[in-house]
Every structure is written in structure tokens, then in C-alpha cells.
Design a binder for this molecule. Structure first.
Ligand code: CA
Ligand code: CA
Ligand code: CA
Length: 253
């Protein structure tokens, strides 16, 4: 009997009891002994693994995309100014020596190919069928003849021929361009007369006082000043000397 009791004590001495939440528990002493001691090893609760901090890299500031500007539409400047005309040349036949001058107010060269000249009173229409360019803020002369030996010594003339006339008693000059639909649009017109306020004098051109002025207003026109700078052609045919004043192809002064 003693032997069994010792056995129990020995067995009990080495017993391991598992409880929930306790990894191992020991007791010593005998089960009948009042000094049973219970000891335990608490479960080591794993501490929470430190959560890796996430470094937030600032994303580059988004550059606002520029507001698209309206696409510039390529516009061709299609303006000319009737700037000067010679209705009644001297010492040269009118049928050879009449002319008028166009000014290009645009910042680009203009080509009048496809345009036409029109005379309202006579009903003449002369189409321009070749390239006729006027440089930016430049001038171009259109006349009866492009032959400087017969037109009053004017070079660089676009010849409109016999379909072009300037009546000495008043007339009109009209320039038109194609409208893109088979018709024409009037670009500029001068409708002048021969009277006290808008006279025509033999041998003197009429000139616009400035190319930016309204050439439909007679007050913006004058007869060419009679001075040496404005003589573009003179000829002596005994007993007369014929002088022509004007600035064909150049700035009006
Ligand atoms: Ca004439
Ligand atoms: Ca004449
Ligand atoms: Ca001129």
C-alpha cells in the first residue's frame, strides 16, 4: 500500500496538466497533501509584429495642362487699296498711258491671280489669269500697256489692255476677287468724277493722301503736287514740253 502511494506521488510529481491559455503547468507534492503547489508557465502571447510603415511618396504635382488655345486659322489677306490713278496722261496717248496703282495693306504678299478689274460705266471686265503679286505694303501698277517705251516710261506694269479705260470725265475702277462659288466679291472701288472738288487735270494723277484712308471719300484724295520729285515722265514735242506728275509704283507723297 505504501508502495502504491509513493508511486502516485512520483507520478503526480511529474504530471503535466494542460489548461486553456496555459502552455504548461506543474504541481509538486502528493495529491493528498495540503501543500500541493501548482505552477504554470503562462502562454507567451506573441506581441504583434510591428506593422511596417508605408512610406507614402508624394506623387509629383500634376502640372495643369495648358488650356488649348483656339487653333489659329490660316487666313489669307485679300485686300487691296486703289491708291492712285492717271486718267489723262500728257505726251503719250491715253490708249497707252492710262494706269492705276494698287496698294497691298496686308502683312503678307498677295497674289491677284483669278481676280478681275471692272469698269462700271463702260461695262469692261478684264480677268487676271496669271500670277500678279504685290508684296506686303507694296504697290503695283495696272495699265493699258506694260511697254515702258509707250506707256510713259513706267516699268513693272501689269497690262490690262484695251478692256481697261479711264474716262477723262469721271469713271470707276473696281477690283474684285473670286468668292469661291463662281462669282466675285468687290474688294475695292473708286467711283470718281471730274468736277471742282474731284478734278481731273491732264498730266497729273490723283492720289490717295494715305493708303489707310477711305478712298470713297473725295476729301481723302488730291491731285499730285507739281514738283520735280513727282515727275515720272516728260517729253518735248515741239513746241511743247509735256510733263506727267505721279508716283506709279511708289508711295504717294
Ligand atoms: Ca483717259
Ligand atoms: Ca490725255
Ligand atoms: Ca503711288
Amino acid at each position: 500500500m505504501l508502495k502504491n502511494k509513493l508511486f502516485l506521488i512520483l507520478v503526480a510529481s511529474s504530471a503535466i496538466i494542460l489548461f486553456s491559455g496555459i502552455t504548461k503547468a506543474y504541481f509538486t507534492g502528493s495529491l493528498t497533501s495540503p501543500d500541493v503547489k501548482l505552477s504554470y508557465i503562462p502562454t507567451v502571447t506573441a506581441t504583434a509584429t510591428a506593422t511596417a510603415t508605408t512610406t507614402v511618396t508624394a506623387s509629383p504635382t500634376q502640372t495643369p495642362s495648358p488650356t488649348p488655345s483656339p487653333t489659329a486659322t490660316a487666313t489669307s489677306c485679300e485686300q487691296v487699296v486703289i491708291n492712285e490713278y492717271m486718267a489723262d496722261p500728257e505726251g503719250v496717248q491715253d490708249s497707252k498711258g492710262e494706269w492705276f496703282e494698287l496698294y497691298n495693306p496686308c502683312d503678307t504678299t498677295i497674289d491677284l491671280n483669278g481676280w478681275r478689274y471692272r469698269n462700271i460705266g463702260m461695262g469692261n471686265i478684264v480677268p487676271i489669269t496669271t500670277s500678279v503679286t504685290i508684296s506686303s505694303h507694296g504697290y503695283k501698277v495696272f495699265g493699258k500697256s506694260d511697254n515702258s517705251s509707250e506707256n510713259g516710261n513706267i516699268s513693272n506694269v501689269y497690262e490690262l489692255g484695251t478692256g481697261f479705260n479711264i474716262n477723262n470725265n469721271g469713271d470707276s475702277i473696281v477690283m474684285e476677287r473670286p468668292d469661291g462659288s463662281g462669282g466675285y466679291i468687290e474688294v475695292d472701288k473708286v467711283d470718281f468724277r471730274d468736277d471742282d472738288i474731284w478734278p481731273i487735270t491732264s498730266g497729273r494723277s490723283n492720289m490717295l493722301k494715305g493708303p489707310a484712308l477711305d478712298n470713297s471719300d473725295v476729301s481723302n484724295w488730291k491731285q499730285t503736287d507739281v514738283n520735280a520729285l513727282n515727275i515720272y515722265y516728260q517729253i518735248h514735242i515741239h513746241p511743247h514740253t509735256y510733263i506727267n506728275y505721279g508716283t506709279p509704283g511708289g508711295s504717294n507723297v
